[in-house]
Design a protein around this ligand. Structure first.
Ligand code: PRX
Length: 559
């Protein structure tokens, strides 16, 4: 491949839902864009209705809505079947006292029941809180307690990780198996609750660099954003088989694993089980996946497995997308050479509710760039005073408010919400970036201590707080250490309490302590004992940045 082609990859010829980016940017309005949704005609909105029931009412009930694959297990559900199941779950929730605005959590593995539960909650006007399947007691407890969840849908295995006695607000735990076995009269009333565009529908907990995870609340209006970005960025068409590898406990798994593809009537793939390269390739070949949305860490793991992809027929893939962390150009070239597809990077955040910076399939991509602003979105690169910087300068990546996917609030915390809007008219992301003359945006780093490991956002404070609960740990500072596969890995620097001596066993015990209480993905992969931690002179706050600089310097030296 020539140098120029390597720098700027031209689109693969084909027909795409959005053919002309420049033209649409001139004329774009969110109202026009929402025209395919039914509330534009009826004036009645419910995100779950738009996502599933609408297709049944429009005559697509028999279309396959999902393929479920886990090991040797295979299941298929049509849109009509998904609708009926969400109706059933919705009725059970109502009968258990759930009302509009209540917070109902879902703690399930990646199964059809997990997706159906989320939709059922939203269908009756309640707010769905999907939890990541690997969470341990403390992570589950903190989240449900924060927004006073009243009901939880889970299963016999995962309920073991729900410390119900420590969650006062939680009055009911429903086992999916029991829900499935409930029978209603065929004449039971339609459970859909019509709501307002501004009513809450989904709450995702996410980490910042300080404090406990924050509850990011999204309103029903977000489906406008999900629908349009699904149409143009995911480029979903009727004969597509779409697979997003993320769990609905993360915003990618809910917005682009459930809402966006189903709002566009895609047949989706739900795959259970852990990451294994062979299984992933086999799944693409078996189900003839055409659109695939995953994360750089997963692509890097596949790349590191070398030639095994030659054993599978992956020719069905026509559109591949990435999100969550910087996508290295090497990965793009690998996919181009080995799979014959471009990987389209996308940038957004839990708080933004949908894509903001994208690579559209009909446009050229520049490896190293996250793409250009979605139609209707204006990006600004700001200095410390909130003034826009010229093209090419690195500054704070900000976006002009509002847009439909933008979060409605941070649950119960106005100050943390306001912190995103410190400059009039802008949402400030916390990322640093620059934009070139052709509008392409290039990510540089975070502007805070947030850690991004394998595309998962990890707050150092939460990990530090857990570490110092261990009897041997006096103080802790947690950072992201650069890592070739995971982007960053969680590294903890600790000091020990008097009477404890460093040993391999002790460090392992501390690591397992975090893993068993919070979640495996946040447990430090490395723990290093120091005599003391660097701190600010006045407030005595631990200086994570110094720890990080020290670590980066050492890595450079050893290479
Ligand atoms: O730092 C950016 C990084 O992930 C953060 C958002 O994390 P989260 O809310 O968990 O959402 C992940 C997926 C929506 C951002 O502030 N990030 C996200 N996408 C990219 C990225 N960094 C580089 N390139 C991306 N494409």
């Amino acid at each position: 491949m020539g140098v120029l082609e390597k720098e700027i990859l031209a689109p693969v010829s084909g027909t795409y839902n959005l053919e002309n980016y420049e033209a649409i940017r001139e004329t774009f309005s969110w109202d026009d864009a929402a025209k395919g949704l039914s509330f534009e005609k009826t004036g009645k909105i419910n995100a779950a209705y738009e996502t599933i029931d609408r297709h049944v009412d429009e005559g697509y009930g028999d279309k396959i809505a999902l393929h479920y694959v886990d090991g040797d297990e295979r299941r298929i559900l049509t849109f009509k079947e998904v609708k009926e199941k969400t109706d059933l779950y919705a009725r059970v929730l109502r009968d258990n006292g759930v009302r509009k605005g209540d917070r109902v959590f879902v703690f399930l593995p990646k199964t059809p029941e997990c997706y159906i539960s989320i939709l059922a909650i939203i269908k009756i006007g309640a707010i769905a809180g999907p939890l990541f399947e690997a969470f341990m007691e403390e992570a589950v407890k903190d989240r449900i307690n924060d927004c006073k969840g009243t009901v939880l849908i889970t299963d016999k295995e995962m309920v073991k990780r729900v410390p119900q006695s420590e969650i006062q607000s939680l009055h009911t735990i429903l086992d999916v198996e029991n829900i499935e076995n409930t029978v209603y009269e065929e004449t039971a009333a339609d459970p859909v609750e019509w709501v307002d565009l501004e009513d809450g529908m989904l709450i995702h907990y996410t980490s910042g660099s300080t404090g406990k995870p924050k509850g990011v609340l999204h309103a029903h209006r977000a489906v406008i954003h999900h629908y349009v970005s699904g149409k143009w960025v995911l480029d979903v068409k009727d004969d597509d088989v779409y697979w997003c590898t993320s769990h609905p406990g993360w915003v990618t798994g809910s917005v682009y694993g459930l809402f966006a593809p189903w709002l566009n009537r895609a047949t989706i793939v739900i795959q259970g089980g852990r990451f294994k390269a062979e299984n992933w390739y086999r799944l693409i070949a078996e189900l003839k996946v055409t659109i695939w949305y995953s994360a750089p860490t997963a692509f890097r793991m596949l790349l590191s497995q070398g030639d095994i992809l030659k054993n599978y027929d992956l020719s069905s893939l026509r559109h591949v997308l990435s999100v969550g962390e910087p996508l290295n150009p090497e990965v793009i070239y690998w996919a181009w050479e080995q799979l014959g597809v471009r990987i389209h990077d996308t940038w957004w955040m839990t708080e933004t509710g949908g894509h903001l910076i994208v690579n559209l399939p009909a446009e050229k991509i520049k490896p190293g760039s996250m793409g250009r602003p979605f139609p209707g979105i204006t990006v600004g690169i700001l200095d410390e005073k909130g003034k826009e910087l010229p093209r090419g300068s690195v500054g704070q990546l900000a976006v002009r408010t509002p847009w439909p996917g933008l979060m409605k609030e941070i649950w119960g915390n106005q100050d943390r919400f306001d912190a995103y809007f410190k400059y009039e008219g802008w949402y400030v992301s916390g990322d640093l970036a620059y934009q070139d003359e052709e509008d392409y945006v290039f990510f540089q780093s975070r502007d805070d201590d947030m850690i991004n490991s394998a595309g998962e956002r990890i707050g150092p404070f939460e990990v530090e707080s857990k570490l110092i609960e261990h009897p041997a740990v006096a103080e802790a500072g947690v950072i992201g250490k650069p890592d070739p596969i995971r982007g960053e890995l969680v590294k903890a620097f600790i000091t020990l309490r008097p009477g404890f001596t460093e040993s391999k066993e002790l460090l392992e015990e501390i690591r397992v302590f975090v893993r068993n209480n919070l979640a495996a993905h946040v447990a430090p992969r490395e723990i290093e004992v120091l005599e003391e931690l660097p701190k600010t002179v006045i407030s005595g706050k631990i200086l994570r940045r110094e720890l990080k600089e020290m670590e980066i310097l050492r890595t450079k030296k050893s290479n």
